[in-house]
Design a protein around this ligand. Structure first.
Ligand SMILES: [Zn+2]
Length: 199
C-alpha cells in the first residue's frame, strides 16, 4: 500500500482491479465496565472499506442514473424455460446457465409495475441509510417472471397498487438505492431530493 493514511480507492487497469490506499482502519478501544467498575469487555472500533465488484451486472447499476431499468432474458432455444425475463438482472440464466441477454424494461415498469406484497419496518440491517419506517415493496411486472424487491418513497403501500419507478439522477450512489417507486399519479414535487421520473 502506497499511503496508509489515504482511504482505499480502486482503479481498473488492463481489466484488473488495482487497489490503492488503506482499506482497514483500527481505532483505540474503550473499556466496558459494570456499575461497580468491574471490567466487562472492550469495544473494538473498526472501519472497513469493502470492494463490491459488479462485473457483468454493471449495466444495471450504471443505467439507473439515466432513468433506465435493465433486466435479462434467456434466449437459449434449448433452455427448458427459454424466454424467461429476470429482474433483478441475472447475468446467467438460472435454469440453463447460459449467458442471458440484457433487455430494457423501463417501459414495462412504467406501464405495469404493481405491488405484489410489502413490509413496513422500523428495524433494518446494519448500515441501512433509508429513512425509517422503510416501506419495502415487492413488485411484479407484465412479462417479467421474477419479483423485484425495492422501496416506496411516497405514500403507504397496498397490495395491487400501481407504482412507477423514480431514479436518483443527482449524485447517484450506483447502488440499488438509486431506484425507488411512488404511486402512479404522484406529482414531481413530491419526489425525494435528487430523484426524478424516467424521462
Ligand atoms: Zn435458460
Amino acid at each position: 500500500m502506497s499511503n496508509s493514511n489515504k482511504r482505499g480507492t480502486v482503479k481498473v487497469i488492463n481489466g484488473r482491479y488495482r487497489p490503492d490506499g488503506s482499506f482497514h482502519y483500527n481505532y483505540p478501544n474503550t473499556p466496558i465496565y459494570d456499575e461497580a467498575g468491574k471490567l466487562m469487555g472492550v469495544t473494538n472500533p473498526r472501519d472497513l472499506t469493502h470492494i463490491h465488484a459488479y462485473g457483468g451486472e454493471s449495466q444495471f447499476f450504471s443505467s439507473l442514473k439515466d432513468g433506465e431499468i435493465w433486466g435479462t432474458k434467456c434466449e437459449n432455444p434449448d433452455c427448458e424455460h427459454t424466454g424467461t425475463v429476470n429482474l433483478p438482472y441475472k447475468i446467467y440464466c438460472p435454469d440453463c446457465l447460459k449467458k442471458a441477454i440484457p433487455v430494457n424494461l423501463t417501459a414495462t415498469a412504467i406501464k405495469s409495475a404493481t405491488v405484489h406484497t410489502f413490509m413496513v419496518t422500523e428495524r433494518t440491517g446494519a448500515f441501512n441509510t433509508l429513512e425509517k419506517p422503510i416501506r419495502f415493496i415487492n413488485i411484479e411486472f407484465e412479462g417479467v417472471d421474477t419479483i423485484l424487491m425495492s422501496y416506496l418513497s411516497v405514500g403507504e403501500p397496498k397490495v395491487g397498487m400501481r407504482v412507477v419507478p423514480i431514479f436518483r439522477k443527482v449524485e447517484p450512489t450506483f447502488t440499488i438505492l438509486d431506484l425507488s417507486w411512488v404511486p402512479l399519479g404522484t406529482s414531481v414535487e413530491k419526489l425525494p431530493d435528487g430523484f426524478s421520473f424516467s424521462k
